[in-house]
Write a protein that binds this ligand. Structure first.
Ligand code: SF4
Length: 86
């Protein structure tokens, strides 16, 4: 077995929606807690996530600047990117 086989692949620029179904279910549980009036507009939400996907600080669906899942961070209407990218 090569050493490459021993290493865990680091998923850069991925979101939870790209991961396993169980991860997606867990995200939905988090997001469902946020009241509808406190959620970002869906178009704005997708725009924010497209910025995150291009960000070097996104690693394994997590923003390395704040430690949050990007999809959770971007979901709140009043949320801001810690690096002011959105
Ligand atoms: S929230 Fe901001 S800093 Fe974090 S991954 Fe998204 S764009 Fe990058």
């Amino acid at each position: 077995m090569s050493s490459m086989d021993d290493k865990k692949k680091i998923c850069r620029r991925c979101l939870i929606r790209d991961l396993a179904e169980e991860d997606r279910k867990n995200l939905k549980k988090y997001l469902d807690v946020i009241e509808p009036q406190d959620r970002a507009d869906p178009v704005e939400y997708e725009r924010r996530l497209s910025v995150c996907r291009e960000c070097d600080l996104l690693v394994e669906a997590t923003c390395q600047a704040c430690g949050c899942y990007a999809e959770f961070r971007a979901f709140g209407k009043c949320s801001r990117c810690p690096k002011k990218k959105w």
